[in-house]
Design a binder for this molecule. Structure first.
Ligand SMILES: [Zn+2]
Ligand SMILES: [Zn+2]
Length: 496
């Protein structure tokens, strides 16, 4: 900034901006602009104009601020670079703000600083290869000590009849003791709503969204079933449409139920929930974070939103629910993501030097090797296994992935066009590079049936421009074909 250049500071989530903006403001005052989607159009136009006229030379913002009209960038900082929220999946433009920062860095010849306690496998690989510089911070800020992370064996406690609903006795005891010492607690469950689904006790029927191939989530506050993909809402099912039984029950744990359960166990404790449902208004994040900072709240319950870099002095305990579910996601990045998420949430405990934080991860599989790496904080051991698998199965960073998705209200037409497209792609790219078409895990969204084609392109010795041009031409060919005119095809680079 001193040399007259512009600086962009990217953050993965609005929830994070509050704390960091307050801190940065103390140093940079009004030289700094803040940019994110909860601001009104007017506020955003003001920043946009400011950047264009070089009046605002320092912007803190979320992924979309990468589109601001900078023309003399000297530095882009990508904080928490591993975060998935840097990637926009839908709607277009489908882009990854971290990767765009790297491209802009090249175009404007500016420095890029990627920061993370749990780097993405791709980024760490580039550092290992010597393509990126690598600096490690071996101490926590303010000499804070690392929290002590332990696994709680749910199987064992179940056997000993110590489980109380979704809570282990170990976690309840730790919560009791923290509350007695007037310390704060964070509970993490990466699922919003009350219960992930309803089910019939007699025949196991599960109410699904009429537009999407997903089960409906029960929300207690509104007493309704909601689809988290299309927003469809309907009243809870009282009588099973399959067997007429009236034994419909809610199954599983969402943040709303967690909040409810806490009130039963600790009626005196002040509880607050932070997830998509409680942060819809502009100042909601700020209010929740501030009241937690001011210790007007004892227990904060939340989704991944609470995992990202938030910094509270008086949190001595973090409890993690459903860790096992994070590990069993059908995605080649599942273990990397689970490691990052669990480590980041754990990092919310004990951020002061006189207070060693405690983290309890509830699991049904305490032998799971990834969980042990989280306990030991052994990022490099996790990386070593991941990178070997990526190499073996030709996944990034060794390849580039491009996902093509066909969408149509007729399943047959969607599949047919996908088959046609895959055939065309294979003529030049070969069978090894073109996978699918395959129906994704959630194969119907908003009444449209989806089919994915995954293309794996090697990174070396290939003319990527020519490949992209070829792919575009094939997609063009398919959608201009008379019978597939109504089929929608989206292209997403590095989609997962
Ligand atoms: Zn039934
Ligand atoms: Zn839906």
């Amino acid at each position: 900034m001193a040399s007259g250049q512009q600086v962009l500071f990217l953050l993965p989530e609005i929830a994070l901006t509050t704390q960091i903006v307050i801190r940065l403001r103390k140093i940079f005052g009004n030289q700094m602009g803040v940019y994110h989607s909860k601001f009104s159009d007017n506020e955003r136009v003001e920043i946009w104009q400011g950047v264009r006229q070089s009046k605002v030379n320092f912007v803190v913002g979320v992924r979309s601020s990468i589109f601001l009209p900078f023309d003399s960038l000297g530095l882009i900082i990508v904080d928490e670079e591993h975060e998935t929220s840097y990637k926009q999946h839908d709607p277009a433009p489908r882009y990854h703000a971290r990767d765009m920062a790297l491209v802009i860095g090249k175009l404007q010849n500016c420095k890029i600083l990627l920061a993370s306690a749990t780097p993405s496998v791709e980024t760490f690989y580039q550092a290992q290869q010597g393509r990126y510089g690598w600096v490690t911070l071996k101490e926590r800020y303010g000499e804070a000590v690392m929290p002590e992370i332990s696994l709680v064996n749910l199987m064992q406690e179940r056997k000993e009849k110590k489980l109380k609903g979704h809570f282990s006795q170990t976690l309840l005891d730790a919560m009791q003791s923290a509350l007695q010492k007037n310390e704060q607690i964070i509970l993490f469950q990466n699922r919003r709503g009350y219960s992930p689904y309803m089910a019939c006790k007699d025949c196991n029927f599960i109410p699904k969204c009429s537009n999407c191939a997903v089960s409906l989530t029960y929300h207690l506050g509104e007493h309704e079933l909601r689809c988290h993909y299309c927003g469809h809402i309907e009243p809870p099912v009282k009588k099973c449409p399959a067997c007429q039984s009236i034994k419909m029950e809610t199954v599983g744990l969402g943040t709303e139920k967690l909040e409810d359960d806490i009130k039963l166990f600790f009626p005196q404790a002040r509880t607050q929930r932070m997830d998509l449902d409680t942060t819809r208004t502009k100042n909601a994040y700020q209010q929740i974070i501030q009241s937690f900072e001011n210790h007007e709240v004892d227990i904060l319950v939340g989704t991944q939103m609470i995992s990202k870099g938030l910094d509270f002095d008086k949190v001595s305990l973090v409890g993690i629910f459903d860790a096992d579910r994070l590990l069993h996601f059908p995605d080649f990045r599942a273990h990397e993501r689970a490691y990052q998420m669990l480590t980041q949430v754990s990092g919310r405990a004990g951020r002061k030097k006189d207070r060693k934080g405690k983290v309890l991860i509830q699991t049904n599989d305490p032998e799971q090797s990834l969980l042990h790496k989280v306990v030991l904080g052994d990022y490099e051991a996790m990386y070593a296994i991941e990178i070997e698998e990526r190499a073996y199965f030709y996944y990034p960073p060794f390849t580039r992935l491009i996902k093509l998705t066909t969408k149509h209200i007729s399943r047959a037409l969607s599949l047919e066009s996908a088959n046609f497209l895959a055939q065309k792609l294979m003529t030049k790219l070969g069978k090894a590079r073109v996978l699918g078409p395959e129906a994704p895990l959630i194969h119907k969204i908003r009444n449209k049936y989806l089919f994915n084609i995954l293309i794996k392109i090697e990174r070396e010795n290939i003319d990527l421009k020519a490949v992209k041009k070829f792919i575009f031409e094939q997609v063009e060919d398919v959608i201009t074909e008379k019978s597939y005119k109504q089929v929608q095809i989206t292209i997403d680079v590095d989609p997962l």
